[in-house]
Design a protein around this ligand. Structure first.
Ligand code: NAD
Length: 368
């Protein structure tokens, strides 16, 4: 009998747009991933794209997205450009038939843009996945398991912080970071705060119904340099979010439940082993018992890309459905409007988005 050879699976042809600092993480991850090939890259700075291509053994480099899409037949595109360009870049990729897009956070700069991305991707039968890498880290997986086990009871409140002291003017001799440029979508709102909103909206298990926020703008940069927000959810959960370039470092995620406090001291950029802890009160009135869960580090970017490839191979649905990113975009809009107006904002989501989110996620129980 003739031996049959296993079917050959064609590697996913990936293009990378934006060859700046963060794109090198994607370069490493895609190069190391079995089942993917770096077919092309592009940057408005064509020389930068050529250097990036040489470093990551990428098939071809271009000076614009349209040149890359015209010259190469790509299965997937990773957008590692500034948030201001994402909506138009996604539209261009969808128009050229790209079916899988991994878009760096923040997906875009408004709820309206996010809704339009949702509609366009559905019409095109394509998948757009916002790259929010912390969600793939095993520490978050453990936190989700502990919450789902029921042993901690219902969630009462969530605290999420992403802050660090970063001067408002560029470091002398260095080029100005996009984070200090309004024209790139810089500022904390669509950068660090997007992690806090992502975690709070995901874990709360209800839809956001009211936001009160305050914040500051950099006197030199003009971008939003701090935001402090209180969010109320449809099921009675409350979230308190802080993102500031004016205060010292914290990347805390803390979930307070009926039965204890879950603390992850570094939740977003986890670059080593980390310990998740649960603090509970002992029966004696003034004692706290702390249970510790050491988590061995794994590269969240590699896990994120492996998931993206599974989705592209039809072996799973996006772990972060696009409707979730749309809700997050509207929530950031509400935080910014509240901070501008110094008033609470009670209309956060359009009705259709709220209804879809509610039907797409299992709601956690209402508080009495
Ligand atoms: N997940 C994470 O841990 C993480 C970390 C850093 C940055 N990011 C995200 O990655 C993205 C890029 O950030 P960065 O720090 O690498 O910025 P960067 O400025 O270092 O790089 C962005 C690159 O995109 C290029 N670019 C901009 N507009 C373009 C266009 N229309 N066509 C082609 N090229 C274009 C720029 O020339 C630049 O080289 C942002 O969305 C940011 O939020 C994510």
């Amino acid at each position: 009998m003739k031996a049959t050879s296993p079917p050959t699976i064609r590697p996913v042809k990936v293009g990378v747009l934006g060859c700046g600092a963060h794109a090198h993480i994607h370069g490493r991850v895609v190069s190391d991933a079995p089942g993917a090939v770096l077919a092309a890259c592009a940057d408005i700075d064509a020389a930068k794209a050529a250097d990036w291509a040489a470093r990551w053994h990428c098939g071809a480099s271009f000076g614009s997205l349209s040149d890359m899409l015209t010259a190469t037949d790509l299965d997937a595109v990773i957008l590692a450009t500034w948030p201001v360009g994402h909506a138009a870049e996604i539209a261009a990729c969808l128009n050229r038939g790209v079916k899988y897009i991994l878009c760096e956070k923040a997906l875009c700069l408004s709820g309206e843009e996010a809704s339009s991305i949702l509609e366009q991707s559905r019409s095109a039968g394509a998948v757009v996945l916002e790259a929010v890498m912390y969600r793939y880290h095993p520490a978050i997986g453990r936190l989700e398991e502990l919450l789902a086990s029921g042993s901690l009871g219902r969630i009462d409140s969530i605290r999420a912080v992403f802050s660090n002291f970063e001067p408002d003017s560029p470091t002398p001799g260095k080029t100005k970071d996009w984070r200090l440029k309004a024209e790139c979508g810089g500022g904390v709102s669509h950068d660090w705060m997007s992690y806090c909103v992502n975690a709070a909206n995901y874990l709360a298990g209800g839809v956001p119904t009211r936001v009160f926020a305050s914040g500051t703008r950099g006197s030199e940069s003009g971008v939003v340099t701090s935001l402090f927000a209180q969010i109320e959810y449809s099921n009675g959960v409350t979230a308190s979010l802080e993102s500031s370039r004016n205060g010292s470092f914290s990347q805390l995620l803390s979930v307070c439940t009926e039965g204890g406090r879950l603390n992850l001291p570094v939740a977003w950029g986890i670059f080593g082993d980390v310990t998740l802890s649960v603090e509970r009160r002992k029966p004696e009135w003034d004692y706290i018992v702390t249970e510790r869960f050491p988590i061995t580090h794994r590269n969240p970017f590699a896990l994120q890309f492996a998931h993206f490839l599974e989705v592209a191979a039809g072996q799973g649905t996006p772990r972060i459905p696009l409707i979730e990113s749309v809700v997050n975009a509207y929530t950031i809009d509400a935080i910014l409007s509240s901070a501008r107006a110094h008033e609470a904002v009670a209309q956060i989501l359009p009705e259709n988005i709220s209804a879809e989110r509610i039907s797409a996620q299992p709601m956690r129980k209402e508080h009495p």
